[in-house]
Design a protein around this ligand. Structure first.
Ligand SMILES: [Zn+2]
Length: 264
């Protein structure tokens, strides 16, 4: 009997509509105590659930905003100080977490080498003794091992000025006089709306350094007629390849001048 009714319900459209209509009518007109009670219970349950979910969402909003404010405070605290801490040994400007207070007794106690002592002395005189002095962790570790830190100022490490002859070279001219030509695959580390020129780059896969014979390159360049002569030059990855990697105008006189500076 039941299966027959179900079969009619699923196959015959008009019968289905009739059945739904009659069910709805009986629901609305049925006002016995049991149905009323069950309806009441159902509505009550819905009200409670709604209230509960409201409270929960409010709670989570407060929780998240608190977390946000906390993180913002942390960030502001971190960026409050810039790289204002100068290492006494290597004179690098560092952040607070990269340096430790410099206490001379800590290092001299263990019988430090005379060279390092002298090195510290030199820098002591440069700085005013009133200020708190800092030393970076790397220098500190080296000095505790009684070694001179590799990047200490007393090693006279400095970047010299680039001569103007080298500065004015363009990209392709630099290629001509380079002893090693590096080949690598460069990828953008960040993806998204940021322009590819601005994004941080990284290398992927192997990196090849190909030695190039500068002597041969320069002697094959045409002899310049005057100082302003330009030559159109194409750089290929291999001579037999058709594709051109880079094409630019170069000045052979500039290349020669740069080489003279480098061989001095
Ligand atoms: Zn240092």
């Amino acid at each position: 009997m039941k299966t027959e009714v179900l079969k009619k319900y699923y196959t015959n459209n008009s019968i289905r509509l009739k059945m739904i209509q009659s069910a709805l009518n009986s629901y609305h007109t049925n006002k016995t105590v049991t149905t009323q009670k069950s309806r009441q219970l159902y509505n009550q349950r819905r009200r409670i659930l709604k209230k509960y979910s409201n409270i929960e969402s409010h709670k989570s909003i407060i929780k998240h905003s608190n977390l946000y404010i906390y993180k913002l405070k942390q960030f502001r605290k971190i960026i409050q100080e810039g790289p204002d801490y100068v290492c006494i040994s290597c004179a690098l400007a560092l952040f607070r977490n990269q340096v430790i207070p410099f206490i001379k007794e800590k290092y001299s106690k263990e019988g430090i080498l005379s060279q390092i002592e002298k090195h510290i002395q030199v820098n002591f005189n440069n700085n005013s003794s009133m200020q708190q002095q800092w030393i970076c962790r790397l220098c500190s570790d080296k000095m505790k091992k009684q070694q001179l830190p590799a990047r200490a100022i007393s090693n006279k490490l400095e970047v010299c000025k680039i001569p103007s002859e080298l500065k004015r070279l363009n990209n392709l001219e630099k290629h001509l006089i380079a002893l090693r030509l590096p080949f690598m695959k460069i990828v953008n580390l960040t993806s998204g709306k940021l322009s590819s020129r601005l994004s941080q780059k990284g290398t992927k896969g192997p990196l090849h350094c190909v030695p190039s014979d500068v002597q041969e390159t320069v002697t094959t360049l045409p002899r310049p007629v005057d100082k302003s002569m330009m030559v159109r030059l194409q750089l290929k990855r291999r001579l037999k390849y058709k594709a051109i990697w880079e094409e630019q105008l170069i000045n052979p006189t500039d290349v020669r001048d740069a080489l003279l500076i480098l061989t001095k």
